[in-house]
Design a protein around this ligand. Structure first.
Ligand code: CA
Ligand code: CA
Ligand code: CA
Length: 172
């Protein structure tokens, strides 16, 4: 899905984010896993695709999630769910979480490192993410550049792992 990423990138460059309250953030946990991260942003994008492409029915959306998206996910307040909304959420995710904390649980650990590595490996072979896995792509896209060199690669994964190992050694 190269198209998905280029759409994401181009919108990301043109949309400015609005400040978001904590309760709004909690409502944006659309899949109810207790975390607001790229998986939730990908659900908004899936809903937008459903609206834009009439014959598309996303395998990751339920009517309950669709209703919640309608209620809380028009983040730029233009009255529509469109590509700008997940983009704004991704920006918020990026500014509210530490680089490298891919799943946004506040902890840097092996899961974050392996998510970056998996993203990097998949991108290298032009992997097309199915709807179920797009959240991972969004999560890493937002927070995967741990060393801040504008690239997401194996070095970010190993630096995250190093930080995690150093932290856990210090605690023991
Ligand atoms: Ca969530
Ligand atoms: Ca984490
Ligand atoms: Ca990097």
């Amino acid at each position: 899905m190269k198209k998905g990423i280029s759409l994401l990138t181009s919108v990301l460059l043109t949309v400015s984010a609005m400040p978001m309250t904590t309760s709004a953030q909690t409502q944006l946990d659309l899949n109810g896993d207790g975390l607001v991260n790229g998986y939730d942003a990908s659900l908004i994008m899936e809903r937008y695709l459903e609206i834009a492409v009439q014959e598309y029915s996303s395998p990751v959306l339920t009517d309950e999630i669709r209703a919640q998206i309608e209620a809380v996910a028009d983040l730029n307040g233009d009255g529509d769910i469109n590509a700008a909304d997940p983009t704004i959420l991704l920006k918020e995710i990026k500014s509210n979480n530490k680089a490298g904390d891919i799943n946004c649980d506040g902890i840097l650990d092996g899961r974050d490192a392996s998510a970056i590595l998996s993203y990097y490996a998949k991108r290298a072979v032009g992997y097309a993410y199915p709807a179920e896995e797009k959240g991972l792509e969004y999560c890493v896209y937002a927070l995967g550049d741990y060393d801040g060199n504008d690239l997401i690669d194996g070095r970010d994964a190993s630096e995250v792992l190093k930080t995690y190992l150093a932290d856990s050694t210090n605690k023991n």
